[in-house]
Design a protein around this ligand. Structure first.
Ligand SMILES: *Cc1c(COP(=O)(O)O)cnc(C)c1O
Length: 428
């Protein structure tokens, strides 16, 4: 028994200290900033020390935090985070969407990183208070919100390889507009669609790996393939996982969960999404989408403008999905739609998937990535790499009708215009 155990303070929301900023920043007009650029007036912060436990949480003016150069997070990437949103409901009150699920997921990410743990309800109480204090930053326009970024980093000041028993847990917020700026293809309020470059020689996540957690180290290795995708004219990467038997399993689309809808021979529709086998981030939007689809299939929820009840039987499958299966459906004309889900986008259409078969691996050298884009990396075949193919959706470009119906429904629930299972929770 540790004699000090009774002195280790838990994260205690009743100890929250609030120091308000003396001057408040001007709020920029919506549409004049990019995702993540704006820092608001305040942040929430607390620290963990192995002998004393959690410090009293503090809401204080936004600013730099002191970090020792030997800190575990700087040396060994012991960084975990969450992404959530607050919106103003029709009464002008801030609401968050299923925030307890984000707290539980942050706790599981911290545990995977061997970081100190915390009481998720206490953290949520403190975050709700921060959101209430920063509520003047929530744009009162539909599909605008305050993005919330809880972050925890290991701050043990030692370069010894090992777990950090010191930590800083903080939360910052930033106002965000719609993920897609309206265009001719995607008018305002219609959601949007992306093209994906299927990549299998760089792997986001693998069995026994960390893809099922929101760890900072899962994202930075994707920057080079993402740059290659952009250079080849695709919006994001479709992450694949090679199996021993030659299949390429679809895992995720960028930092979104992946769904496909296919037409069955009996006229019904099957929705397929990869299973939570540890290689997939367990998205809260993914789970919400599955719950809504199951309710729609049973006839207990309407998804306008889709017909209610559905015209043919709906099946929902969480199972392995290989790229080859999608290619076959596309060739047979039975690939109805693909879409991605996540907090940042809600639901986004996938209008095109391409695979560029390059002789060798996509190089990790920036110069070579640029050369691939110019067609040199693939033997100079007419400006494009050899073996390029694209699959497109039966629904055509943009967000298809099923993705659109889900987007409308999820937005209405998030904005507190409709209730489903008490998902949109008031911040006080
Ligand atoms: C955050 C994230 C998602 C989406 O999760 P939500 O809880 O729906 O926001 C999906 N995939 C990855 C890799 C993510 O990091």
């Amino acid at each position: 028994m540790n004699g000090n155990a009774h002195n280790i303070a838990p994260l205690d929301a009743s100890q929250l200290k609030i120091q308000l900023a003396e001057t408040l920043k001007p709020i920029p007009a919506p549409g004049t900033y990019q995702f993540g650029d704006i820092h608001t007036d305040h942040m929430l912060i607390m620290t963990y020390h192995p002998l004393t436990g959690w410090s009293a949480p503090e809401i204080k003016p936004y600013g730099p935090i002191p970090i020792d150069p030997a800190s575990n997070c700087l040396q060994y990437a012991s960084n975990v985070f969450e992404g959530m949103k607050a919106i103003l409901d029709p009464q002008g009150k801030p609401r968050m969407f299923r925030p307890k699920d984000n707290m539980e997921r942050l706790l599981s990410s911290a545990a995977r990183m061997a970081l100190p743990t915390f009481d998720p309800d206490a953290l949520l109480t403190c975050i709700s208070k921060l959101v209430a204090i920063e509520s003047r930053w929530i744009p009162s326009l539909s599909d605008h919100s305050l993005y919330i970024r809880p972050t925890m980093v290991g701050t043990k000041a030692s370069i010894k390889v090992g777990a950090s028993d010191h930590a800083v847990l903080y939360t910052i917020v930033t106002p965000v507009g719609p993920y897609f700026t309206p265009t001719a293809d995607t008018p305002a309020g219609a959601g949007g669609a992306v093209s994906l470059l299927a990549v299998s020689d760089h792997v986001r996540s693998w069995p026994g790996g960390t893809g099922g957690f929101k760890l900072g180290l899962n994202y930075s290795p994707g920057f080079v393939p993402q740059r290659a995708a952009a250079a080849l004219g695709y919006d994001q990467v479709l992450w694949l996982l090679n199996t021993g038997d030659g299949r390429k399993l679809i895992t995720e689309a960028g930092a979104m969960n992946f769904f496909a809808a296919v037409r069955r021979a009996d006229g019904g529709t099957t929705f397929i999404t990869p299973p939570l086998d540890g290689t997939i981030l367990p998205g809260i939007t993914r789970d919400s989408t599955l719950q809504l689809l199951r309710a729609y299939a049973q006839g207990s929820v309407a998804l306008p403008p889709l017909p209610s009840p559905p015209p043919g039987p709906i099946e929902i499958e969480e199972r392995e999905l290989a790229l080859g299966e999608l290619v076959e459906h596309a060739a047979a004309g039975t690939l109805l739609e693909c879409f991605g889900t996540g907090t940042a986008v809600l639901v986004v259409g996938i209008e095109r998937i391409g695979e560029v078969v390059i002789d060798k691996k996509l190089s990790t050298e920036a110069e070579d990535v640029a050369a691939v884009a110019e067609g040199q990396g693939a033997g100079g075949k007419g400006g494009k790499a050899q073996g390029t193919f694209d699959i497109t959706m039966t629904s055509g470009r943009g967000l298809g009708p099923m993705g659109r119906a889900l987007w409308d429904k999820l937005l209405a629930i998030k904005e507190g215009r409709e209730d489903f299972a008490g998902w949109a929770v008031l911040c006080e």
